[in-house]
Design a protein. Structure first.
Length: 128
């Protein structure tokens, strides 16, 4: 497990046991496919993806993979997330179950659209 803030997502994933590395890499690859133009970063000591602002974060934990798509995405996908532990801004995907990669893809695409719409609103406001 991590003892210092990693400099990259590769370094972050490498700090975990092999079985968790596989799951973290699945989540990362799924996000990259859903948001090919998103940037990768480490924020709050976690892997983060950015596109016109913060997009999503994910993290390896003792018993789950944490996924952080913002409160708006958790509200929008409330029915799909009924089987998972959630809070205002976080979802826990248990390590012993397959990662819901299709659901992660949907949430990332939702966040892409949301960030794009927010940017359009900001651009209109600047023109005034």
């Amino acid at each position: 497990m991590l003892t210092s803030v990693p400099k990259s997502i590769d370094e972050y994933i490498a700090a975990f046991p092999k079985d968790i590395q596989v799951l973290l890499q699945q989540v990362r690859t799924t996000i990259k496919k859903a948001a090919p133009d998103a940037g990768e970063a480490i924020k709050y000591a976690m892997p983060a993806f950015t596109y016109k602002g913060n997009l999503v974060y994910f993290a390896g934990c003792k018993n789950h993979i944490g996924f952080y798509p913002t409160p708006s995405a958790i509200i929008a996908f409330k029915k799909d997330l009924a089987a998972y532990q959630t809070s205002k801004g976080a979802i826990q995907f248990p390590l012993e179950k397959p990662m819901p990669l299709g659901l992660i893809t949907k949430m990332v695409k939702y966040r892409l659209k949301e960030n794009s719409e927010k940017e359009k609103v900001k651009a209109k406001a600047k023109k005034r």
